[in-house]
Design a protein around this ligand. Structure first.
Ligand code: 1OR
Length: 289
């Protein structure tokens, strides 16, 4: 439902802002559902309000199909509570489960972004509460940033050796969650002994790894270049940072927070662990499960 008083003057296009009336309690629930979702992170106050106003609550029962592969894209969904499975059928083969979503997850953006048929079927496996955002609002507010980030990181992520085995769509989801940070020559990115909360992939420039021994003597361990990653150990082991990483010249890194690291790099965690066991030849013993 679109209320007449929600007509807002617009400089770029003639559109009517969607405003679905909702209680304060519903607004609070939307806020907590989208708070942890990076697609919403860079919205300004007005965009944020527009999104919250436009969202519609949708309750689904176990077994209910929210999206059907091949269908027309109408809504983008954010999960407040519950669980859903995603199935893809390729070349007329029976559908195969490819992933699932839980609280704070989101789906249904592809058909809206590319004016394409739905790429997958999404079915609730539990009673779920979803927030649906209409196509026009999604495109007006969320699409630009999302597609800009996916484009920006696409070719870079394709060249990161760690990520070559992933589906293109899995790299897109990583792109959504990445944030770039730059460091000046000599600046410390990670300090040995600190608590770790981020993972880094080098976008450009070089970094050096040093380790300080028990006598306080700092040793150069090795150098890193574009496509190399670091910071995974503390996230895997919950132990303090094992080494110090500093910029050698200007360094640009793409970073992921711990939660996104665990969720999005799950499919390559075995590779990460295998690679990490190579450290043991030069570093102190690393305990991985
Ligand atoms: P949509 O608008 O096409 C279905 O509607 C949604 O399922 C889709 O947007 C995505 O949000 C979501 N490939 C395509 N879509 C996927 C995939 C996926 N996973 C979730 N969706 N793959 C799974 C990657 C782990 C690739 C399978 C080949």
């Amino acid at each position: 439902s679109v209320s007449a008083e929600s007509m807002a003057p617009s400089t770029d296009k003639d559109y009517v802002k969607v405003n679905i009336p909702k209680s304060d309690e519903q607004r609070k629930r939307i806020e907590s559902a989208i708070h942890a979702n990076f697609l919403f992170r860079s919205l300004d106050e007005e965009q944020y309000m527009d999104v919250v106003n436009a969202m519609a609550e949708k309750r689904v029962a176990p077994g209910e199909e929210v999206i059907k592969q091949g269908g027309i894209g109408d809504f983008f969904y954010v999960v407040e509570t519950g669980a859903l499975d995603v199935f893809v059928s390729r070349n007329g083969q029976p559908p195969v489960k490819v992933t699932d979503y839980g609280p704070n997850g989101s789906f249904g953006e592809l058909a809206l972004m590319y004016n394409a048929p739905r790429a997958a079927t999404v079915i609730a496996t539990q009673e779920s509460v979803l927030w649906a955002l209409d196509r026009v609002t999604f495109r007006r507010i969320l699409m630009e940033n999302t597609s800009r980030k996916r484009r920006m990181y696409e070719s870079f992520l394709e060249e990161v050796p760690l990520l070559v085995s992933l589906e293109p769509y899995e790299r897109h989801k990583i792109a959504d969650a990445l944030e770039s940070v730059t460091f000046a020559d000599g600046e410390v990115v990670i300090r040995q002994g600190d608590v770790g909360d981020s993972f880094y992939i080098i976008e450009s420039g070089e970094a050096v790894v040093t380790q300080t021994d028990e006598n306080g003597v700092e040793h150069f361990m090795h150098g890193m270049k574009k496509g190399d990653y670091f910071g995974e150990l503390a996230l895997l082991t919950d132990k303090p940072r094992k080494a110090t990483i500093s910029a050698k010249g200007r360094l640009k890194c793409a970073t992921l927070g711990k939660k996104a690291f665990v969720r999005l790099l799950g499919p390559v965690v075995d590779i990460i662990k295998r690679n990490a066991s190579n450290y043991e030849t030069v570093y102190q013993k690393i305990e991985l499960d």
